[in-house]
Design a protein around this ligand. Structure first.
Ligand code: SAH
Ligand code: SF4
Length: 408
């Protein structure tokens, strides 16, 4: 990357004697420490400036170079000319009564795409744990049958600045009225469980997670940063080689036949490849606390994957994989082809798994009043896959069918 030179983005103005260039400043928000060190070296500055600037950006939420008081006036002027700190634009924010917060960001290129980010506080008295659910792509190309993001199709990958910018904005929302010197980071946990498949946007997601772990930025413990994947097997191995974070797998079905239907990427990477990949992930640096177990996500779909036989199959499938199982009551979205399993069904499923020795939790649905629950992050996707169009056609034809039968 040429980190220093501003890029010229427009041709010289016609008819003007002096060539006038609009220059695009370098956005420092999404740069990792090595990238920022390189940036300062190219400016003829010392590498340690990178750490100083990172602290201003990520720990104190400062975007104005003039406020960076431990940096010389001359360097601040230089930075103002070539660089900027720009978070994605918040077009809407919604703070729920239960403490959940949701932001809608406009991303990019004038195509009008929106992505969502949700902050969920712990449901205990302290409320000290604050988990942020971050999006990695505009839409998703994978089309799981129970996921509203999938139904919207795919537009593009988010950049590192757009990914880490979601965390920056969430922290900032608690800092706004606090004097700079007293500011502290509030978000304690991050889950890459918003819109998109993070392993299909590998480099920007890894760069953002590196910032989450970096002491000069967010300094989060690696156990508190979780990447969730639907099972892109080769990229699970690549992740293990690249960065040490907790891994969640969206399993949702205990056999290939059902999983092919619910999570179509299973046709490419079936369970007999996925489970060993998860085992390899744990085996790599096995003593690391972030890698003692895999979180298994399992959405509870009424009458589809929630029967006693499914629980038994799951026990067999996971018997050699240290895992904690998180049952997610299905969150409906308009025209979803599934219903949520009953409370009794979910409890019975949980009992089978816990009786066999698994830690098995049921995810609490939060933020219902602001449509901030799992799988309800819909954003707005300038779809490039025409999937959204096909989905709407299907819904319209089904509605036509219903109206016709009612008319009979
Ligand atoms: N693409 C990644 C991460 C984003 S999805 C993945 O699939 O893991 C985050 C989680 O929300 C996944 O476990 C996903 O299966 C779940 N989810 C999607 N739609 C849902 C819905 N309608 N109700 C409940 N959970 C849902
Ligand atoms: Fe994509 Fe995950 Fe939704 Fe599947 S569940 S469509 S992988 S976001």
């Amino acid at each position: 990357m040429n980190a220093v030179m501003p890029q010229s983005t427009s041709a010289p103005e016609q008819g003007s004697s002096a060539a006038v260039f609009a220059v695009e400043k370098v956005n420092l928000l999404g740069m990792t420490r090595p990238e920022l060190e390189q940036f300062f070296e190219q400016l003829g500055e010392k590498k340690f400036r990178a750490g100083q600037v990172m602290k201003w950006i990520h720990q104190f939420g400062v975007t104005d170079f003039a406020q960076m008081t431990n940096i010389s006036g001359k360097l601040r002027e230089k930075l103002e000319k070539v660089a900027e700190i720009r978070a994605p634009e918040v077009v809407h924010r919604n703070y729920s009564k239960d403490g959940t917060r949701k932001w809608v960001f406009r991303v990019g290129d004038g195509a009008g795409s929106l992505v969502e980010t949700v902050l969920i506080p712990a449901n205990d008295k302290t409320g000290a744990r604050k988990t942020l659910c971050i999006s990695s792509q505009v839409g998703c190309a994978l089309d799981c049958s129970f996921c509203s993001t999938g139904k919207q199709g795919f537009q593009r990958d988010l950049t590192p600045a757009e990914i880490i910018g979601q965390l920056w904005v969430a922290n900032q929302s608690y800092m706004e009225d606090v004097p700079v010197a007293e500011r502290s980071r509030t978000v304690t946990n991050v889950v890459m469980m918003g819109m998109g498949e993070p392993l299909l946007n590998f480099e920007p997601v890894v760069a953002s997670m590196a910032l989450m772990l970096d002491d000069f930025a967010y300094g989060m413990s690696k156990r508190r940063v979780t990447l969730s994947t639907s099972g892109v097997v080769p990229m699970i191995d690549k992740l293990a080689e690249t960065i040490d974070v907790a891994l969640a797998i969206s399993l949702h079905a205990p056999n290939n036949e059902l999983r092919d239907e619910l999570v179509p990427i299973n046709k490419k990477y079936p369970l007999e490849q996925l489970i060993p990949a998860a085992q390899r992930y744990l085996a790599k640096d096995g003593n690391e606390s972030s890698r003692k177990h895999i979180t298994i996500e399992y959405v509870m779909l009424d009458g589809v994957n929630d029967k006693a036989e499914h629980a038994q199959q799951l026990l067999k499938l996971l018997k050699d994989l240290p895992s904690k199982i998180n049952l997610i009551p299905f969150n409906p979205f308009p025209h979803a082809p599934y219903g949520r399993s009953s409370r009794n069904r979910i409890m019975a499923f949980q009992k089978t798994l816990s009786d066999a020795g698994f830690v098995c939790t049921i995810r609490q649905t939060r933020g219902d009043d602001i449509d901030a629950a799992c799988g309800q992050l819909v954003g707005q996707v300038a779809d490039r896959t025409r999937r959204a169009e096909r989905w709407q056609k299907k819904v319209a034809s089904q509605q036509g069918e219903i109206l016709r039968t009612q008319g009979d």
